[in-house]
Design a protein around this ligand. Structure first.
Ligand SMILES: Nc1ncnc2c1ncn2[C@@H]1O[C@H](COP(=O)(O)OP(=O)(O)OP(=O)(O)O)[C@@H](O)[C@H]1O
Length: 558
């Protein structure tokens, strides 16, 4: 047996088979030459192992590695067999897999024991063949001698494994009960099988790295696509500036918005439909440090409950019938940015729990997935519902309400900021005039009076729609806004009249009357051009939920 430090594998690899006596296969008896039958059996084992590893999927490599080590240990009568890998010169060897006879302890997966001389030899590409421990150790291997004494190790063979000319790992065989010789032809064969295993491990590592890189690219691609989609859907006026106003009431709101914007606080925007909650959410986002990224918007009322979970939290492929591909949810998309939860009061109770968890610690799982995803997001929520009442009625979780209600902002209806009606009307005239190629210099005084007198149940959205209709019809440079043509006389309520009758009951009756009238005029058509929702200047989903609340149903004919 050569001194271990002399056992240069490259020199020995050229040595002829049977140059030294070999261990007796299957029985673990030292120093006899392999018989022809045994050699054939060994060749078959090596051939079989090589074939198994040739096309093995990456996720099966570690299991098969254990199986291969088991078979080698059994066949050659070793007490323990371990496989370790090494990524570079700086890092220690990592034990990937170790198998042993029942009475012997296997080495735990993870960093290999700190044996500097031993692993230095392997790193340098030299075989460490220790037939008789401690006699075969060089004097400097002090830590190794102690280690072997403590463990009761009698013989050990460790072979460095190369892939592409670089040492990527080692395979080691140990005997605990007797010394044994390590003949050259055995070393050569074990090196061959070890390198087959090392190739498979290296391939699985490459595949895993490739899969990670691909997943990253897919993630970025999905993110980009989804962000683009969000941007296409986002508000037309989402220019990110705070809107201007002449109303002292609305200016106070704008001051609050400017103060909260740079913080990370959750903001809850409360107000009737069309008052500009999304416009304000957009301004908050753009005035914050996250403003460079797009704000991700979700309308919690626009999707059926069955789809909104996947929309918000994403889904894994095959999560349910029809889920053909993995889908990234809005929360994942909003990581590092702001999520705007519009109509949050409509969120189904079962999803409120999941939303609460995201608000608490930023974590959630995709639909059909088990992996927990963590995100850092700022939440802005909006509702036209009385959330406190929804809590009292058990339709909204109180803990979620308190989480959302950190910084509530009440956005006033247009009828309570009449100073802004001319300002907004002119803003829309200019904006629409540009896109339509029309130049309007005056708004007819009687039209402006009518605009000022109207109650605006659909708020700024309704005003915009009305101006748009008037602009389409405009011929000269003076705009005539025909409130009466577009809306029934019952809708023309003087502002002061509204103030007088603003008791909840009276407003509800009036709302009911207005909605019913629009529905009758449109033959109960809610959606589409000229539909009741458009006439009222509200979204079809809002109209539907209002109809439900007011108990308005299409009469059955006949
Ligand atoms: N200050 C403003 N300046 C210009 N346009 C505005 C302003 N406020 C609202 N708008 C316009 O009015 C319409 C409705 O605004 P927005 O969608 O922000 O209202 P909302 O309160 O979020 O409505 P909903 O509750 O129905 O979701 C949009 O077309 C928006 O561009």
């Amino acid at each position: 047996m050569p001194e271990a430090s002399e056992a240069r594998f490259d020199q020995e690899a050229g040595a002829s088979e049977g140059a030294r006596p070999g261990g007796e296969p299957g029985k673990g008896v030292a120093a006899t030459e392999l018989s022809l039958a045994e050699r054939l059996a060994f060749e078959r084992l090596l051939g079989d192992l090589s074939a198994r590893f040739a096309d093995l999927p990456a996720d099966q490599v570690i299991d098969q590695l254990r199986h291969a080590l088991d078979r080698l240990t059994d066949f050659l009568g070793f007490d323990r067999c371990s496989f370790a890998e090494v990524s570079d010169a700086e890092r220690p060897f990592q034990v990937l897999c170790s198998v042993s006879k029942e009475s012997i302890e296997a080495i735990a997966p993870g960093p290999a024991p700190p044996l500097t001389w031993y692993f230095g030899e392997l790193r340098a590409g030299r075989v460490v063949a220790l037939a008789d421990i401690p006699a075969d150790f060089p004097p400097e291997a002090v830590a190794e001698i102690h280690y072997c004494e403590r463990a009761g190790l009698k013989s050990n063979l460790a072979i460095p494994l190369r892939v592409g000319g670089r040492v990527v790992g080692a395979i080691a065989f140990s005997a605990f009960h007797r010394t044994r010789a390590w003949p050259e032809d055995l070393i050569l064969r074990l090196k061959l099988v070890g390198e087959v295993l090392a190739q498979a491990v290296a391939r699985s590592r490459r595949e895993a790295a490739l899969a990670t890189a691909l997943a990253e690219i897919t993630h970025l691609k999905e993110r980009l696509e989804a962000e683009n989609q969000c941007l296409r859907q986002s508000s037309r006026t989402g220019c990110g500036r705070l809107p201007s106003s002449r109303s002292p009431r609305f200016n106070r709101v704008l001051e609050e918005i400017a103060q909260v914007a740079p913080t990370n606080a959750t903001v809850l925007l409360l107000g009737e439909t069309g008052t500009g909650k999304e416009v304000l959410a957009d301004a908050i986002h753009h005035l914050s440090q996250r403003g460079e990224r797009p704000m991700i918007k979700v309308n919690c009322a626009a999707l059926p409950a069955s789809l909104i979970e996947a929309e918000l939290f994403g889904r894994e492929k095959g999560a349910y019938t029809g889920a053909l591909a993995r889908q990234m949810g809005r929360f994942e998309l909003a990581d590092g940015s702001t999520i705007f939860l519009d109509e949050v009061g409509e969120l189904p109770l079962e999803l409120q729990t999941k939303l609460l968890r995201v608000l608490q610690d930023g974590s959630f799982e995709r639909v059909g997935g088990t992996r927990t995803i963590k995100v850092k997001i700022r939440v802005i929520a909006a509702t036209n519902r009385d959330l406190a009442r929804a809590v009292a009625e058990g339709r909204f979780r109180d803990d979620l309400y308190y989480r959302l209600n950190v910084f509530p902002v009440a956005v006033p209806p247009l009828r309570e900021r009449p100073e802004d009606i001319p300002l907004l009307a002119w803003e829309f005239v200019r904006e629409l005039g540009e896109s339509m190629g029309k130049s309007i210099e005056h708004i007819a005084p009687d039209s402006m009076d009518a605009l000022m007198a109207y109650a605006w149940p659909g708020n700024v959205r309704e005003l915009r729609n009305l101006i748009e209709r008037a602009m389409i019809l405009a011929r000269g440079s003076t705009l005539h806004v025909a409130l009466g043509a577009a809306l029934s006389p019952a809708m023309r309520i003087r502002r002061d009249e509204v103030a007088e009758t603003a008791s909840a009951g009276a407003l509800k009756d009036r709302e009911r009357e207005q909605i019913l009238q629009s529905l009758q005029q449109t033959g109960w058509r809610i959606r589409g051009p000229g539909g009741a929702a458009e006439r009222l200047g509200i979204k079809p989903t809002t109209l539907e939920s209002r109809m439900k609340r007011l108990g308005l149903k299409r009469p059955t004919s006949g």
